[in-house]
Design a protein around this ligand. Structure first.
Ligand code: HEM
Length: 493
């Protein structure tokens, strides 16, 4: 009996101490001159605020109340949100040397260590980012030379759309296959069928690591990272590593010195060159970079294409206007080309408006402060996690008139020419700006124009208009799944 009372007492004391420690921790992190924020609840801090359906609205309220720089204490993490174009530019462009590191991102790490480009920092990050961009450019990444590879997938995508014979279908998997195949061509000089096992494994894992619910606990309570036995439970790289590793090894067996077929060959070449150098790009890091390109490229571009079709189905007059541009500039005898882009301002404006309004990665990927920093009158302790509220810029009513409306013409001047605003930042800004921006813009243009050249997109039925709602609380701003119908314009594919 006495033992029970004692152990009950110990548990109570432990819990009390834990709650007290967290409350004191929260209070201390708030009072050291750090940015203001909403009142803290014991233990959870402000966790309840980020569990809302659409975090973007909550952050808008916070900005109105606390200004352009505010903080939230989420579990044991101190998150600082940076809002508004001028402040973001000051923080991540002018002070980019101390604000471009990444915190620990469980979904993108291996046994607690960063892997690839997205999650790495410092010298490792600069080396991998430079290497990747330089080698991908050799295959036309970010230039007109990539057009043929994209068109190859566009043609297969058009055939697959046609095969639904105007019946309602969900186009998401088709987009995932098309985009990941464009990336596969660059990485492995190979495309995969939709039902290929390795590809399926990579795709499934991709969405798991974007959603990565367990990983959230490690963002909330970073000290859990010390529990190394638990890392495999939250680091989702395992299955992907296996699938990518298999492709990599198959490649290795056919590798010939001096012959470069794709990015993987460049990786193998680099490893052979730097065999004895500590800094060398290991096979594991190569797989990490490949995973980054698949994940960062496929989920985002697919999501943008899904939002694009929702808006075009809801506003068929915009579809018609793009089609008029296609008929005038491209006609019906050939596929649209990237060279047509400059003659199609309304089409480009529509793509930009989708990216502005639906802002696929609304808070970018978190950054970390490299060393103690005074900024905007506040103290940012070393390692504080920074979120770039890109949404606060692309929806800023002071920059965009009626920011909540879908209106492509806001990107056109009075003569109908395309105008670019520096505040258009769905790809972020500063040193960490998206590595695939021009690739994404090329894919969006070629898919959109080729699809509208051949098809009219309609809702599944008059009662099933796709809605503008989004999936609950994810880092990627995704639409709810929907079905559509594609009616051919009676042109040959
Ligand atoms: C509509 C499509 C896309 C959008 C909206 C988008 C947006 C973003 C954003 C907001 C970031 C975070 C930047 C930061 O941390 O400040 C990012 C990073 C990144 N993106 Fe994209 N992205 C898209 C497509 C692509 C594509 C097609 C690729 C490559 C194939 C790609 C590769 C990357 C990589 C590697 C990073 C990490 C950069 C780094 O940490 O240095 N993205 N992207």
């Amino acid at each position: 009996m006495l033992e029970t009372v004692l152990s009950f007492g110990s548990v109570t004391v432990f819990l009390f101490t834990f709650v007290l420690a967290l409350t004191v921790y929260h209070t201390v992190t708030r009072t050291r001159g750090s940015p203001p924020g909403p009142p803290l609840w014991p233990v959870i801090g402000n966790l309840h605020l980020v569990l809302r359906k659409d975090t973007r609205n909550m952050l808008r309220e916070m900005r109105n109340k606390y200004g352009d720089i505010f903080s939230l204490n989420i579990g044991y993490s101190h998150w600082i949100f940076i809002n508004g174009y001028d402040v973001l530019k000051d923080m991540f462009v002018k002070n980019g040397d101390v604000t471009s590191e990444r915190p620990y991102l469980p979904a993108l790490s291996n046994q607690g260590n960063p892997l690839g480009i997205v999650s790495s920092s410092g010298h490792q990050w600069t080396t991998y980012r430079k290497f990747t961009l330089c080698k991908l450019r050799y295959f036309g990444f970010g230039s007109i030379r990539i057009e043929k590879s994209i068109q190859q997938e566009v043609i297969l995508c058009l055939q697959a759309i046609g095969s639904h014979n105007q019946e309602p279908f969900d186009i998401q998997d088709l987009f995932i296959t098309s985009i990941s195949n464009i990336i596969s061509l660059l990485l492995f000089n190979k495309r995969f069928d939709a039902d290929d096992v390795s590809m399926k494994r990579i795709a499934t894992n991709m969405s798991r690591s974007v959603e990565n619910v367990h990983g959230l606990w490690f963002l909330l309570f970073p000290f859990l990272r010390k529990l190394s036995w638990a890392l495999p439970l939250i680091e989702t790289f395992g299955a992907e590593k296996h699938a990518l590793g298999k492709l990599y090894n198959r490649h290795l067996s056919t590798y010939q010195d001096g012959v470069v077929r794709d990015f993987t060959d460049f990786c193998i070449q680099e490893q052979k060159k730097k065999k004895d150098n500590e800094d060398s790009l290991t096979e594991l890091q190569c797989l990490g970079i490949m995973r980054d390109l698949y994940e960062a490229g496929t989920e985002t571009t697919t999501t943008a294409m899904l939002w694009m079709l929702i808006h075009l189905i809801r506003q068929p007059e915009i579809q018609d206007r793009i089609r008029t541009e296609i008929d005038d500039v491209v006609g019906s005898d050939r596929l649209p080309s990237l060279l047509d882009r400059c003659k199609m301002p309304f089409t480009q404006a529509t793509i930009m408006e989708v990216l502005r309004l639906e802002n696929v990665v609304p808070f970018a990927v978190p950054h970390k402060v490299e060393k103690d920093l005074m900024f905007g009158g506040y103290f940012f302790p070393k390692s504080a996690m920074l979120w770039l509220n890109l949404d606060s810029v692309v929806k800023d009513a002071g920059i965009w008139k009626d920011p909540e409306y879908f209106r492509p013409s806001r990107f056109l001047d009075e003569e109908g020419n395309l105008t670019k605003k520096e505040e258009f930042i769905p790809f972020s800004l500063g040193r960490r700006v998206c590595l695939g921006e021009s690739m994404a813009m090329s894919m969006l243009f070629l898919f959109l124009t080729s699809m509208l050249q051949k098809f009219i997109f309609l809702p599944a039925s008059a009662e099933e208009m796709p809605v503008l709602d989004c999936v609950y609380g994810e880092f990627i701003h995704r639409p709810l799944s929907y079905k559509l119908r594609a009616v051919p314009r009676n042109l040959t594919i």
